[in-house]
Design a protein around this ligand. Structure first.
Ligand code: ADP
Ligand code: MG
Ligand code: MG
Length: 907
């Protein structure tokens, strides 16, 4: 049998989205549910793809099939398409497998021409209605099928309204509309060089071609790139008998949600507009009526609609949105789909639907998008502020933020360190801005999209951001930005709303979200439904998940924060910050410079008690929970002044005969000392520090260093234990490439640990393990596991080294790589399962083979990415570790993974 390209609505169902598109599949579903849907048929996505593949020619047989289905439709309706006396009119509607709002084309009122418009007028008894419908057809057909600039029609419409002295289109009478039809025809012929086709079948063919073609228009292509929708899907075309909301005051059109998509309220929500057609209701041409007030003008249709909304929700077991039309009091449904909603609404609806018995608890939990969970905690602009935005951009990272405008990352850092809240305003950001970005309350950029550097970093760090606010002109030199007439200079307040993408001048009041207030213990907030929902679903996630969730934290403050969010330990306690800070700089430098073991040891004696106290705080905060401490990882030059800056400062001092040299920060040195420092900095300079003297290599070259750290850790643990606490210590060696590195270090360090504990008179079991962050380590994991009690996958470095991508340099190409699908996703956000994931899998398997009790975890950024968490579950890891604010996200994703979910709900 030849391919079947056309399906009547009766022939389809909601599972046929890939063939019939979302709109067609759901129109079919509603038809078969017995809901009032105007009859019609769907030309498949496969036909569209055949058409595109053949350079814009319909596949053979399709035209005949369309004709046969049209004939059946005409038979059913008792009218013929475009008949001069009593015409059937149809809409030609695009509808892809995924919703692409506003991206593609739809033409209404097809079948009207100079004769049938008179027939329609006679049949309906309304000249005005008939001519209004005709002018709409000319407008839509001219624009979408014949390629005429839509503004030309809008201008003509405006002129007609002005000439008549009316504010909107319902003020135009039949005479005005007749004249408008002539004007539109003239526009079409002048702009396209062709006449509007009078033959209804030619109109129909043109309409189908245009919808097929719209799949490849610029807008649609860009939209798919951005939303990662496959270009090869194609769109279906729905041809449907018209019903008329523009037939007078007893007619109208509207959109309805079965529940409120903004706040989740379990009541229908939407808009209704009388005497209107199609997009009028969303286009803002006239003020609409709130849906709940529709009963005042259309009591019968409103009652019926409410019933259908309930039916649809019961059928789809989810919130649906609906497009509908009322023609002379009779209700018609024109579209439905499962509706989009905010994160808050998503949680409330899932909770309510479970409470109502519409879905079970696990189904409800699986509906939650772990990727958006963080939004529940974000600040919002306080209600009733009512200030007008000065600009709008993309809602790149959720949450509202207020701060003083600064225009460089260095300023952001400096101001923030003085305790000033700042909003970093840039055209776009680069990796060099990171230090300022993470200290800002929010980020505002004028260029760049939702996957720009600013957006990705902001989301990763949980910082609100508005990106690509194109009206904002950033003048970095003058330290200010302007929007139209408004100027905001450095130090002046701005407010951004990362939920909406809006930008406000001045300092708006923000409010903590109820979830955040409840988490902090506010009893009023704890009674709100969103908190009940949060608690219920998180409890369920905790009940079913197998993965433990730890956090990456280096301070008692971060640890406490993470525990509040449900962390079950620290998976990565970095120790580098314990080598920073004013009182430690001198000692660290002496340690680096030491010419003798004694000198080096003296430096360690200074650092040891300071670091011990750091650890005490952490063990206290994490009482009874495991803490994985990573011994020093970064190269030593990171603790010294910048090479170039120092060289310049020394050269200048020499030239100008100064005795003192500024060496960065507030520090000044005598010229001679500065020269010595520079010599050492030059000495330590590495061509490629990421692959240089760091991690375990440092531990091997400077034996006293790790020994000092181990002593500090165990003195701290012993003290906490002596005070009645329960410290659980795991010591982790970074950047190990093979068994011997770890074996030799353990031989050196274990006696140190034992001795320290003995000195303190305490007994404590210590686990020794390593990061797996080099491909070689993953491949020889079986050998490493002979000497390691745990592995923690450092997937940031593992991704860098597996791909050979430097994380600081990917900005130049990764965007294009994602766009061209050269990588499945940003591998620094979501684990690259095929490569990095494969290395992990080998390491898990061979590691566990060598040591069945081997504990396995992950501590890269990926530990807080839902898709990566699911992958870790599948790999059989024991825990994931992520930043404190990501802990709930990981708990939820781990629970969803345990119930079998393999990818994020929204993807
Ligand atoms: P979109 O995908 O952009 O929403 P649609 O195909 O849904 O485009 O068409 C837009 C609007 O046109 C619909 O919401 C509906 O109001 C109107 N419309 C489409 N087909 C018909 C029809 N057969 N009768 C009446 N109105 C229609
Ligand atoms: Mg629609
Ligand atoms: Mg690393």
């Amino acid at each position: 049998m030849a391919d079947k390209y056309v399906y009547d609505f009766e022939e389809g169902n909601r599972d046929m989205k890939n063939l019939l598109g979302g709109k067609g599949a759901n129109l079919a579903e509603m038809t078969n549910m017995g809901l009032p849907v105007p009859p019609g048929f769907t030309v498949t996505c496969a036909a569209c793809n055949a058409f595109r593949g053949a350079g814009g020619r319909f596949p053979s047989g399709m035209v005949e099939e369309v004709a046969a289905h049209l004939e059946r439709l005409e038979g059913g309706m008792g009218r013929r398409l475009g008949d001069a006396g009593d015409p059937l009119l149809v809409s030609v509607r695009s509808g892809a497998p995924f919703s692409m709002p506003g991206m593609m084309d739809t033409v209404l009122n097809l079948g009207l021409n100079d004769q049938s418009v008179e027939g329609l007028a006679k049949q309906t008894g309304s000249e005005r209605f008939a001519w209004d419908s005709y002018r709409r057809l000319l407008q839509m057909y001219g624009k979408t099928v014949m390629g005429v600039d839509g503004d030309r029609f809008e201008e003509a419409l405006e002129q007609a309204k002005e000439a008549k002295g009316v504010g909107n289109d319902v003020g135009l009478d039949q005479g005005d509309l007749r004249r408008l039809v002539e004007a539109f025809k003239a526009i079409i012929s002048a702009e396209s060089g062709r006449e509007f086709p009078q033959d209804p079948r030619e109109q129909l063919t043109g309409g189908i071609e245009a919808v097929f073609g719209s799949w490849d228009n610029r807008r649609a292509v860009d939209y798919r790139r951005k939303n990662k929708i496959d270009d090869s899907l194609g769109t279906a075309v729905n041809i449907q008998a018209m019903v008329f909301g523009n037939r007078g005051d007893d007619s109208g059109t509207g959109v309805a949600f079965t529940r409120n998509p903004a706040n989740g309220d379990a009541r229908p929500y939407g808009d209704y507009l009388g005497n209107a057609q199609g997009e009028d209701v969303v286009s803002g041409i006239r003020n609409t009526l709130k849906l709940e007030d529709m009963g005042e003008v259309q009591p019968g249709a409103w009652a019926e609609l409410q019933g259908h909304l309930t039916t649809l929700e019961g059928h789809y077991r989810d919130m649906c949105d609906v497009e509908f039309t009322v023609e002379q009091g009779k209700l018609w449904l024109l579209q439905t789909r499962v509706g989009k909603r905010t994160a808050v609404a998503e949680w409330i609806m899932a909770y309510d639907m479970w409470s109502e018995g519409l879905i079970d608890l696990d189904t409800a939990m699986l509906r939650l998008d772990a990727d958006r969970l963080e939004e529940l905690f974000k600040k919002v602009i306080a209600e009733g502020v009512g200030v007008e935005a000065i600009a709008s951009g993309l809602n790149a990272s959720p949450g509202a933020a207020v701060g003083k405008a600064v225009f460089s990352a260095d300023d952001a850092q400096a101001w923030a360190e003085r305790g000033e809240p700042v909003i970093l305003v840039r055209r776009e950001t680069t990796p060099d801005d990171y230090h300022g970005m993470i200290r800002a309350q929010g980020i505002l950029t004028s260029a760049g999209g939702t996957n720009s550097h600013a957006a990705v970093v902001a989301r990763g760090e949980g910082i609100p951001a508005v990106c690509g606010a194109a009206q904002v002109r950033v003048d970095r030199q003058a330290r200010r930005f302007t929007v139209d007439g408004t100027t905001v200079s450095e130090g002046e307040f701005v407010t951004i709303d990362g939920f909406t993408g809006l930008v406000y001048a001045g300092q708006l009041a923000l409010a903590d979200s109820p979830v955040e207030r409840a988490r902090a213990g506010d009893p009023v907030a704890r009674r709100e439904k969103i908190w009940q929902a949060y608690e219920r679903f998180m409890a369920r996630a905790d009940e079913v998940r197998r993965l433990k969730v730890r956090t990456n934290a280096d301070t008692p403050g971060q640890s406490g924060n993470a525990i509040d969010r449900g962390a079950e330990g620290i998976g990565l306690c970095r120790t580098e910050h314990m080598f920073l800070g004013e009182e430690r700089v001198a000692a660290v430098r002496r340690m680096i410079f030491a010419d003798s073991a004694a000198e080096e040891q003296a430096a360690y004696e200074v650092l040891l008690p300071l670091q011990r106290d750091d650890f005490v705080g952490i063990f206290q905060a994490m009482d009874g929970k495991p803490v994985t401490v990573r011994l020093l990882d970064p190269p030593l030059h990171e603790f010294l002044p910048d090479q170039v800056e120092l060289a310049v400062a020394v050269a200048l001092a020499n030239q100008q005969g100064h005795a003192q040299v500024e060496v960065g920060g507030d520090e000044a040195l005598a010229l001679e000392e500065a020269e010595e420092l520079l010599a050492k900095v030059n000495d330590l300079h590495e061509a490629n520090p990421m692959l240089g003297l760091r991690g375990v290599r440092l531990g091997i070259l400077k034996p006293g260093l790790y020994a000092m750290q181990v002593r500090a850790i165990l003195q701290a643990a012993a003290r906490v234990k002596a005070e009645g606490g329960d410290p659980i210590v795991e010591i982790m060696i970074p950047l190990v490439a093979g068994r011997e590195e770890l074996a030799q270090l353990r031989e050196e360090l274990e006696p140190v640990a034992r001795q320290t504990l003995a000195e303190q008179g305490q007994e404590l079991e210590v686990l020794w393990g390593t990061m797996i962050e080099l491909p070689r380590a993953a491949l020889v994991a079986g050998e490493i596991a002979e000497v390691a009690e745990f592995f923690s996958f450092g997937t940031n470095d593992l991704t860098q080294t597996a791909f050979g991508f430097s994380r600081d340099d990917i900005g130049k190409f990764l965007g294009l790589y994602e766009e061209r699908k050269l990588v499945p996703a940003n591998p620094f956000v979501t684990i690259d399962q095929a490569g990095v994931g494969r290395l992990m899998q080998i390491a898990c398997q061979e590691g566990r083979q060598a040591r069945s009790t081997l504990k396995l975890g992950i501590c890269g950024e990926h530990g807080g990415d839902p898709d990566s968490v699911r992958f870790c579950h599948a790999l059989g890891l024991d825990y994931v570790s992520c930043s404190p604010f990501r802990v709930p996200t990981a708990r939820l994703a781990a629970g969803q993974a345990a119930l079998g979910q393999t990818t994020t709900a929204s993807k």
